[in-house]
Design a protein around this ligand. Sequence first.
Ligand code: NZQ
Ligand code: ZN
Length: 397
Amino acid sequence: MENFRLHIPTDIRFGKDRLGELPEALAPFGKKVLLTYGGGSIKQSGLYGKVLDLLVEGGFEVVELSGIEPNPRIESVREGARLIKEHQLDVILAVGGGSVVDASKVIAAAAYYDGDAWDLVLDSSKIGRAVPIVDILTLAATGTEMNSGAVISNLETKEKLGTGGLQLIPRVSFLDPTLTYTVSKWQTAAGTADMLSHLFEQYFNRTEGVDVQDSLAEGLMKTAIKHGPVAIKEPENYTARANLLWTSTLSLNGLVGRGRNGGWTCHAIEHELSAYYDITHGIGLAILTPRWMAFCLDNDSTTHAKFAAYGRNVWGISGNDDETVAREAVKKTYDFFKQDMEIPMTLPEVGIETKELVPEMSQHAVRNGGLDGNTFVPLSVRDVETIILNSFQEMTF
Ligand code: NZQ
Ligand code: ZN
């Protein structure tokens, strides 16, 4: 296990009927609030009205930034920073999914930055002071509610890039599973795929002796695999929604990833699909992941043991031959996404019909994600092309 630092200052308020705590949670940061949200789901669910009532009753001054996009765009970030500067706001209250929270994080830093907000996405070392963030999360997926990262898109330059800083970690996160009841089947499936992918990205790694992190990852994977399909069939099943929500938070708050050394793979490739085609992050990951797993097994026999451990410990596959167990585990993963989570598992089904941009996206993925460096299996541009091209048709086993 490597040396590590894990600093998570987020005050988690998990469970139902806790919204009354909001004024007390916000108060230490000031009275002037930037309320950020997305395209309207919080108005449809009635959450917006409840939050606003609490803020008004509590004597808070509220300025709103609405319409933050899924795959949040730099234009929204610029607008949020402008509002904070203009109205001298003290704190951001982000109400929504990962996109709203991510945009709020970069807004928080951009409010104290003199240049263009995109600089902070290109170079996280430029992130200095930041406005504190409190959030009310409405979708289980990203883990942004307890971590320092944010992912922002620039459609002009066709870039979707991650940035982050300790100053951006939310100070208080309200995690109420009942707020996720209205999440669509599609977004529930995408969210489940996203949390699983976060676990895969950290678990398929070469650092030795990380038994704590590996067993946490396997337990969290099993939990997502158990409760994802229940939430699809019974959207108001509290136990399923609660377990998914807490799994998503724990999957990317550092518990699983710290103490290891090595980069991620599928996220860098998916971020290119989203940058060029604006597809749903978790759906792109579900499509790419089994192809990446199969690529690893086909091209690097030293990966067989770890994939076999995944097969045995997560899927309960028996057998002594690592490669056989590993290949069965890839099939289980694929079938889970396709059958249990009802995800269309080819790129044409999500609107990526032609192949001409594959070389460009592959080049960018390798460059932006450092995929040819310290990843589980280093990938060349040609390798990434193969993985994306294999995602155009159904997998056969
Ligand atoms: O915009 P509204 O109207 O709110 O609708 C949203 C949006 O259309 C809707 N939604 C959210 N909560 C809902 C709901 N609909 C009904 N009921 C609710 N309770 O769902 C749609 C998707 O929302 P979004 O916030 O985009 O989803 P998610 O939480 O999956 O966030 C995805 C973004 O996070 C980034 C992704 O790349 C993507 O841009 N990521 C952030 C990470 C991080 N900060 O650590 C890590 C991840 O790997 C990921 O890259
Ligand atoms: Zn993700």
